[in-house]
Design a binder for this molecule. Structure first.
Ligand code: ZN
Length: 107
């Protein structure tokens, strides 16, 4: 049995579409999309704000991403400093094992 496309009638506004692309634009292509006739001005502005937040990377996911990156970088610097300090302390404590000589005053 061949599939006969359209027409499609919107359950919300009763508009009828004979063009498949126009119907897709009206209904959306995935379940999470609202039919365009049901989009209120408040919902439209809310989505605009969400998009602006996403594009400016001030949304929750972006701020978490950058916070975690900054925390990781700080921990990495602290670990590097700790290793440097330990190496420097070892060198001061046992300079002869490193082929170093103690400074004996100003030249
Ligand atoms: Zn509709």
């Amino acid at each position: 049995m061949a599939h006969k496309p359209g027409p499609w009638r919107c359950f919300h506004c009763d508009e009828v579409f004979t063009d498949e692309d126009a119907a897709r634009e009206h209904f959306g292509t995935v379940e999470c999309e609202d039919p365009i006739c049901g989009v209120t001005a408040e919902r439209y502005r809310e989505v605009e704000r969400q998009l602006a937040s996403f594009l400016s990377e001030t949304d929750a996911a972006s701020t978490t991403f950058y916070r975690l990156g900054a925390e990781h970088a700080a921990k990495e610097r602290a670990a590097e400093q700790k290793g440097y300090d330990r190496g420097l302390a070892d060198a001061k404590a046992h300079p002869e094992t490193l082929g170093l000589m103690l400074a004996t005053g100003t030249p």
